[in-house]
Design a protein around this ligand. Sequence first.
Ligand code: AMP
Length: 486
Amino acid sequence: MSFKQLDLVDPILKALDDKGYKTPTPIQEQAIPFILNRRDVIGCAQTGSGKTAAFAIPILQLIYQRENNSKSKTPIRCLVVTPTRELAIQIDDNFKAYAKHTNIRSTVIFGGVSQGEQVKAIKKGVHILTATPGRLLDLMNQGIVSLSDIKLFVLDEADRMLDMGFIHDINKLLKVIPAKRQSLFFSATMPNNIVKLANTILSNPERVEVTPVSSTVDTISQYVYYTNKKQKRDLLLHVLKDEKMESVLVFTRTKYGADKVARLLTKKGSKAAAIHGDKSQNNRQKALKAFKDGKLRVLVATDIAARGIDIDSLKYVINFEISNMPETYVHRIGRSGRAGKDGVAISFCDHTERDYVRDIHKLTGKKLTEISDHPFPQSEFDPAIEAKQNEQKSNGQHKKGQHKSNKKLAKNKPPKSKFSEKRASAAEKQNKVAEVTKPESQDNGAKHSEKKDLPKDKPPRTKKPFKKKKKGMPEGLKKKMKWPLG
Ligand code: AMP
């Protein structure tokens, strides 16, 4: 299918062509006709699936067909609410890129920076406002933002929104925006609380779904290095010796850890910076921009960057520490391999993280390929913990049987795995279905430049085939082109 078959108007088609988009992604193929037909939509799609364009393109078209030539100052017609500042900026960048040959204006507001420029942009008049909840409510309270003319409302990354405690803010917003509107609701996962929230927002929605969050993109090759905690730093330096790894996103568990790794890399001559919640918004944006522009080789991040951030053609993600939530692993590695491009995800696993790797296998149905040919292999017991045991032994503190579980002696134990048996078996079931329906001849494609270390065999593919929906622009749209939507 082509974008033209979705009956998009020429200025949007031209912008998509400028962006180099050749065909719609599955989520776009499914969602665009529904949205153009003014239906509410609930979408379940993994990051990197082209979700932003799936809602941004039809929203622009709906506004274009009604208001592109209006000379008067426009009221805000579309509100997109999203949990993180980075994501908000990115969504607005997308709107601007797709609207480039139209007169539709958009802007973005988020906290952590002064409001001056944001207020100026809103006062000029915009059709589309993308916002994080805190700053939005703040500007509404100041009387600067009015949502009374909203026709389209998008709640993006709803699951993340609830995780971040934004439920009260969302409820406040829902009281203010007009009840007669078209609503679009996107979430990577659909647990009960999200479905409940969706029910309060949407009216008779169409459901669009691409692949479940438990699946990783097939173009990402996934590897694991088993090593010792204390040797991860050396292992990282070893892996980064490969000069082909020009742009690498490294994930750590803690903010302190991120700073430490960034400092180490800088000391060793790599251009690196850290981003996490303790850095100012300006700092975060500066680092992210430098990374996107290729001025930084390594960006070290906590999970603040695991969702949503879209770094064009990022190929390498390294999990310096593995998350205790396997879904987080899926989101992290989803920073690479976006929109069908190749990606490589490398995880460093110490003694305390073996369970996490097992959980990833269970959730994704894919086994990470082990790289055993490296200079810092995992010893039978963690050397640091063993040294402590020996010390205790010599102090006469060693109790019988303790040597069997040297894990228990770890001082700063990592968090327990949060992957419940119930979720594990649900994921396993899902993956079994995907296995059965797996097409036979797919080319994995992703390569790793460090050929010496990496095996040639490729991880199995478990992609669920995409279900085709009706093609073309729905009839109803061509007839009615007036607000209100409904
Ligand atoms: P998203 O899932 O919205 O964050 O999009 C992931 C990436 O895919 C972004 O870099 C988009 O610019 C890109 N993208 C979105 N739609 C398409 C398309 N139809 N063809 C190629 N790239 C796309």
